[in-house]
Design a protein around this ligand. Structure first.
Ligand code: ADP
Length: 512
C-alpha cells in the first residue's frame, strides 16, 4: 500500500523494484551454478538435482505404443502415444480435472482417481490393441499388460527408471500420506485394486519428458525446460560430475545421465532474488511459504497473482487512489483471482496485429492524461486493453480509464519481463554447467563451438506469452554472449510429457 506526496514517485518505485540489472543477473547465475554443484554432490538439497536414471536420449528411430499419464499441472492428462520411428508420433489424449478436494485429500483417493481416469480413457479413447505384436513387440513379448509411463512433475528422489519417492508437493498439491512413498507403487496399487491390466513401468519428470520428446522429434537436444504452472529444467550431465551417485551401479557404468534440476527451488533462502514487497506478500499467503522461491517469480501459477497485488496496492493508495479511481471488484480482490492468461491477453491487446517495437508512448503516470493527448493508434490499443480488463475483472467499461489501461499493461510487462530475464538465468546456468558456454567475463574452454544447442520447452508461458522467449534470449545474450545465444535452438516440445513418458517406458522395457 502506498502513501505518497508525489504520485510519480510511486510509479518510479514500482519500476525500480521490478527491474533486474545486469549485475544481478550475473550474480544470480553464479549462485545458480553453486547450487547446481551442491545438489549434484548431496541429497536433500533445495536444488535437488535428481538423477533420472535416463542414460541416453532418443534419436527419432524409436517405435512402440504406450499409455502415458501426466500429473503435475493444472490438468491430469491420459494419452496413448504411438512412436513411428521416423521422428513422428501420433497421440490421442483426454484431460481430466483434479479437484481441490483431491489435491488436498488422502493420497489413495487421488491415486484411485488417476486409475479411474486411465480406465475411462481405455474404454472410450484408446485405439490400439496393446496385445497385438505388430503394434508393440516389446510389450507383447513380456506380457499382455498395457505399459504406461507416468509423468509426475513434483520432486521425487528417483531410485530407478520405474521407482521414486515423493519428496514434497508443489503447485498447490498437498495430498496426505504421499510424501516418502514410492509414487509408482501408489499408482500400481490403485491399478491393482481395480484389477486393471495396466503396468506402470517408468516414472519421468515433465522436464525430462520435454528433453526426450524434443530429442526424438529434432534428432538431438541438450536440455528441457517447463514454463507453465510451475518452472523446472532438466539437462544431460556426465555421471562423473554427480558425486552423490558414488558407489552406485550408475556410477560404475559412467557415461551420461539426465538430471532433473528442480530449479523452481533455487534460492529458497531468498538472499539473492530481487524480492519486492509484492513477492513477500505472495509467498506469505501461499501454501508453501519460503519454498519454490524461484518458481514464484517466474511461473504461470504466480505471475497473475503478483500483478494483482501491485494493482490492488495502487487501488488502495492514499491520499488519492492511483488506479480504477479506488474501485475494485470481487475478482480483483480474490486471492489468485487474476490468471496469468489475463496478462497475455493484455499484452496481446497492446501489440495487436502489428509487429512494431513495443515502446510505450504516453504521458508519465504521475500526471492526469486524457484520450485527446494520445495518438489514435495508442487509443485503439488502450481500448482493446480496457475491454480485456472489463472481461476478466468484471469492471464496467466506464470505470476503466485510458490511463488505467496503460498502467495495467505496464505492470503486466514489468512482471513478465522480470520472469523472462530470470528464466534466462536458469538456461544460462545449464549451458555453463555443461561447458557449452562460459559466463560473461569468465573464460573457460567450451565444447562444440558450432553445435546447435537444442532446448525443448513446454508450458503456456513460452507457448503463449508475447515476447517471453525474446526476453529470455536477451538475458542469455547478456549472460553467455550472442555467439552462444544464436546457437541455442528453442523448440516447443509439444505433447512432451506424453511422448517423453512413452520414450521412457520404452527404455525401461529394454533395460528390464
Ligand atoms: P501445466 O504446466 O499445468 O501442464 P500449462 O503449461 O498450460 O500447463 O500452464 C498453465 C499455467 O499457465 C496456468 O498457471 C495459467 O495461469 C497459465 N496460462 C494459461 N494460459 C496462459 C496464457 N495464454 N498466457 C500465459 N499464461 C497462461
Amino acid at each position: 500500500i502506498h502513501q505518497y506526496n508525489d504520485p510519480q514517485a510511486v510509479f518510479d518505485l514500482i519500476d525500480k523494484q521490478f527491474s533486474v540489472d545486469d549485475n544481478v543477473l550475473l550474480d544470480l547465475t553464479k549462485t545458480f551454478l553453486e547450487e547446481f554443484k551442491v545438489g549434484l554432490a548431496n541429497y536433500n538439497q533445495a536444488m535437488a538435482m535428481i538423477p533420472s536414471f535416463v542414460t541416453g536420449v532418443p534419436d527419432g528411430t524409436e517405435t512402440g505404443t504406450f499409455l502415458a499419464l501426466d500429473l503435475g499441472g493444472t490438468n491430469l492428462r491420459v494419452c496413448e502415444v504411438v512412436l513411428n520411428g521416423d521422428k513422428t508420433f501420433s497421440l490421442v489424449q483426454q484431460k481430466y480435472r483434479v479437484s481441490e478436494t483431491l489435491k488436498a485429500g488422502e493420497a489413495t483417493a487421488l491415486f484411485d482417481y488417476l486409475a479411474d481416469s486411465v480406465d475411462a480413457f481405455l474404454t472410450t479413447h484408446a485405439t490400439t490393441d496393446y496385445t497385438s505384436p505388430q503394434d508393440n513387440k516389446e510389450a507383447a513379448a513380456s506380457n499382455s499388460e498395457v505399459h504406461l509411463g507416468l509423468t509426475f512433475s513434483f520432486p521425487v528422489e528417483q531410485t530407478a527408471l520405474g521407482s521414486g519417492k515423493i519428496l514434497t508437493w508443489t503447485k498447490g498439491f498437498s495430498a496426505k500420506n504421499a510424501i516418502g512413498n514410492d509414487v509408482v507403487k501408489l499408482l500400481q496399487d490403485a491399478f491393482d485394486r481395480k484389477h486393471m491390466h495396466v503396468k506402470c513401468v517408468a516414472l519421468v519428470n515433465d522436464t525430462v519428458g520435454a528433453l526426450l520428446s524434443r530429442a526424438y522429434t529434432a534428432g538431438g537436444c541438450i536440455a528441457g525446460a517447463i514454463f507453465g504452472t510451475g518452472t523446472n529444467g532438466a539437462y544431460i550431465e556426465q555421471v562423473a560430475n554427480i558425486p552423490k551417485l558414488a558407489g552406485s551401479a550408475a556410477a560404475a557404468r559412467g557415461g551420461e545421465m539426465v538430471i532433473n534440476t528442480e530449479w523452481g527451488a533455487f534460492n529458497n533462502s531468498r538472499s539473492h532474488l530481487p524480492t519486492t514487497p509484492y513477492d513477500q506478500a505472495l509467498d506469505r499467503l501461499s501454501i508453501n511459504p519460503s519454498f519454490q522461491a524461484f518458481e514464484k517469480f517466474i511461473s504461470g501459477m504466480y505471475l497473475g497473482e503478483i500483478v494483482r497485488h501491485v494493482m490492488v496496492s495502487l487501488v488502495d493508495a492514499v491520499p488519492k487512489a492511483l488506479l480504477f479511481s479506488g474501485k475494485s471488484t470481487p475478482e480483483l480482490n480474490k486471492h489468485y483471482g487474476l490468471d496469468t492468461s489475463f496478462m497475455s491477453a493484455v499484452e496481446e491487446a497492446w501489440i495487436g496485429d502489428s509487429n512494431e517495437p513495443d515502446s510505450f508512448e504516453h504521458p508519465p503516470f504521475g500526471q492526469e492524461f486524457s484520450k485527446e493527448q494520445l495518438s489514435p493508434k495508442v487509443v485503439a490499443k488502450l481500448d482493446r486493453i480496457r475491454k480485456t480488463i472489463v472481461e476478466h475483472l468484471a469492471f464496467k467499461e466506464e470505470q476503466v480509464s485510458y490511463k488505467d489501461a496503460a498502467i495495467v499493461r505496464w505492470i503486466c510487462s514489468l512482471v513478465a519481463r522480470r520472469a523472462a530475464l530470470l528464466s534466462g538465468v536458469a538456461v544460462a546456468t545449464v549451458l555453463i554447467q555443461t561447458k557449452h558456454a562460459s559466463l560473461k567475463g569468465e573464460h573457460s574452454e567450451i565444447k562444440g563451438i558450432n553445435d546447435r544447442l537444442g532446448l525443448g520447452v513446454d508450458g503456456s508461458l513460452v507457448e503463449h506469452y508475447p515476447n517471453f522467449t525474446k526476453i529470455l534470449r536477451e538475458s542469455l545474450r547478456l549472460l553467455v554472449g550472442e555467439a552462444v545465444e544464436k546457437r541455442v535452438e528453442i523448440g516447443l516440445a509439444k505433447d512432451g510429457s506424453g511422448v517423453g513418458a512413452a520414450l521412457c517406458a520404452l527404455m525401461a522395457l529394454k533395460h528390464s
